[in-house]
Design a protein around this ligand. Structure first.
Ligand code: BGC
Length: 413
């Protein structure tokens, strides 16, 4: 059973509208989402003792979300991540976007989807937000209608994105929640154990634009295919943190992407997606200056993001090499369709792109506490798991297994 309640969260300055908060509650999870930027402002989950904590960074009041802040909980778009120098060519025309991050355009530009009021609609188990991004917004071509839904089912929070474009445009939508499974306000995430299902990652230049290389993770700090404890791992490889796209294996099916396990509380976060990449960001630019919820401060590495996405700067460099497609030089249009694909089902017609608003389940967070049931031994669990789809397997693991990650891996032997 999921309950959905609706309340006023605050008023925008200059009579620009009222921001509402939607609270979704199941037995396992409580999530608060506001209509400003479709932002998740709270996500409460129990630890193994049954004590609930809020595991996402954010603010108590609307003012916090209106100030300059690093996209806490928001949906980012029209194109999440960076577009080099804020420019790209499409159908023979050069587009220039709003520049807001060094020389680049980041997360949709100066006024991205995180900084607008969306129109809400209550669903039986969640909430849908919609908006129309006008032609030319932040420099992007064509009008784009966008729908984002959050639905809750037990311990699963599902985020669906749909978009309908009036002309070819890059689209890349994600959610930018910062998690700390020990509870928001905890000083760091070093005791979190991270697994990312990626054989390759994208090295970046000094302004965080991919260099063009798709590098194997083998033997590098980026090999997170088996669980690593973050603090020790960063020390061992002398790295300052992650802010990189991990290349997920090529399939348009919803599949396992990442797992983060916090042994202290027993909380597990699992992410599934249909997207080709995930930006693993360890809050490297957090600097402790923001005043967060309940007086929390957020220093460097006090939260992590798993932003499922198309690869950064795809519009300029990656479409030709995305999975299972052969492109030739005149296929820029198709390229843009391909990296938009995870957001919706797109069809091409002549020189124009029609984007059909077909719902595509796209990103799912499974957040559970680690209340493992005595009496379920690993052998039973393993044979149970074999009968299930991988998704369900992971879910089972997170509920029952003493160490979800190792069981998950052993089940693949
Ligand atoms: C980017 C970071 C950026 C952060 C907040 C992440 O998605 O990869 O480089 O600092 O968002 O803006």
């Amino acid at each position: 059973m999921v309950s959905v309640t609706r309340a006023v969260f605050g008023d925008l300055p200059l009579g620009a509208g009222t921001v509402e908060k939607f609270q979704l509650q199941s037995d396992q999870l409580r999530v608060d989402i506001i209509s400003w930027g479709c932002t998740i402002t709270a996500l409460e989950v129990k630890d193994r003792q049954g004590r609930a904590s809020d595991v996402v960074l954010g603010f108590d009041e609307l003012e916090g979300y209106l100030q300059k802040q690093p996209y806490f909980g928001a949906v980012v778009g029209r194109v999440a991540n960076r577009i080099a120098k804020g420019t790209f060519m499409l159908d023979g025309k050069e587009y220039k976007l709003a520049i807001n991050n060094g020389p680049n355009s980041l997360h949709g530009g100066v006024k991205g989807f995180d900084k607008v009021l969306w129109t809400p609609r209550v669903l039986s188990n969640g909430v849908e937000f919609s908006r129309v991004s006008p032609d030319g917004e932040e420099g992007y071509p064509g009008e784009l209608k966008v729908w984002v839904t959050y639905t809750l089912d037990g311990g699963e929070l599902v985020v669906n994105y749909r978009a309908q474009a009036s002309q070819t445009t890059p689209v890349n939508l994600t959610n930018h929640s910062y998690f700390n499974l020990a509870g928001q306000g905890s000083p760091n995430i070093y005791d979190h154990e991270v697994t990312i299902e990626a054989d390759a990652f994208l090295p970046v230049n000094e302004v965080l634009i991919p260099t063009g290389e798709i590098a194997s993770v083998q033997g590098t700090a980026f090999d997170l295919r088996k669980p690593v404890e973050l603090g020790k791992h960063l020390q061992e490889f002398h790295v300052n943190g992650f802010d990189h796209n991990f290349c997920l294996k090529g399939s348009k099916e919803k599949r396992f992407c990442a797992r983060v396990y916090h042994a202290g509380s027993g909380r597990v976060l699992e992410v599934y997606t249909t997207q080709p990449g995930v930006q693993f960001y360890t809050g490297n630019f957090l600097d402790g200056t923001l005043k967060g919820k309940s007086g929390a401060v957020y220093p460097k590495h006090s939260g992590f993001c798993l932003e499922t996405q198309s690869w950064p700067d795809a519009v300029n460099q990656f479409p030709p090499i995305l999975p299972n497609k052969n492109f030739n030089s005149m296929k820029i249009k198709d390229c843009s369709l391909l990296y938009s694909k995870a957001n919706s089902t797109w069809h091409t017609e002549g020189a124009r792109a029609l984007c059909q608003p077909v719902q595509d389940e796209y990103q799912m967070w499974v957040l559970s506490c680690h209340g493992y049931k005595k009496g379920v031994d690993l052998h039973t669990l393993y044979s149970l798991s074999c009968k299930c789809k991988q998704n369900f397997l992971c879910l089972l693991n997170s509920f029952f297994a003493p160490n979800p990650s190792s069981v998950f891996l052993s089940s693949h032997n």
